[in-house]
Design a protein around this ligand. Structure first.
Ligand code: GLN
Length: 188
């Protein structure tokens, strides 16, 4: 399977390594035409404002939005979750605006802006999954269509809706490919 990684900025290489570790082909996606060569797409963590601006400059924002709306499996990690959201707390602007969630950016404030958590997510695996949060967002509102996959400290940190998956944390910064396996198996 050809799995694309939006390759403007952020944890691109780490996602590519995980994709290759599972025996799939990783494709760096940087321009509209690259969208035609992929079966699924990962939007990596990084800085959502920067990635969002680059989506606009390259003309990819509208093309990617329509691909997602017509069923391209997509997984947003951290900044990627913000790019997918229909609402961002305190901001007028949104980016792809395809997933019916409201997110809060940098939601953990400055005191604990980065932390790790180990948690069993029954829907995904019987083994605990290590989650790395870096200036992470979480979901403060979602609608009926959105399934909550996991919460940490009562905050929603993983959700799915039709062909879309969004997580607040960075599985690609650990050795654990469980979440990627779940994305490939259930979405792609
Ligand atoms: N704080 C970043 C943002 O608002 C997200 C951080 C991340 O992707 N690790 O875009």
């Amino acid at each position: 399977m050809n799995i694309g990684v939006l390759a403007f900025q952020g944890s691109v290489i780490e996602h590519i390594k995980h994709i290759e570790k599972l025996g799939h082909k990783a494709i760096e996606v940087k321009k509209v035409e690259d969208l035609n060569n992929i079966d699924a797409l990962i939007l990596p963590g990084g800085e959502s404002t920067t990635i969002g601006k680059l989506l606009i400059i390259t003309g990819m924002l509208d093309a990617l939005r329509s691909k997602i709306l017509s069923g391209l499996p997509v997984w947003g990690t951290c900044a990627g979750m913000i790019l997918l959201a229909k609402e961002i707390e305190g901001e007028e602007n949104t980016y792809l605006g395809v997933m019916d969630i409201k997110v809060k950016r940098n939601a953990y404030g400055t005191q604990i802006d980065s932390f790790e958590s180990n948690k069993v997510i029954e829907k995904i695996s019987p083994n605990p999954i290590k989650m790395v949060f870096i200036r992470a967002p979480y979901v403060i509102k979602c609608n009926k269509e959105t399934e909550i996959i996991s919460e940490v400290n009562n905050n929603i940190i993983a959700v799915r809706e039709r062909n879309m998956l969004a997580t607040s944390f960075h599985p690609e910064l650990t050795d654990d490919t469980t979440f990627l396996e779940y994305f490939i198996k259930d979405f792609a």
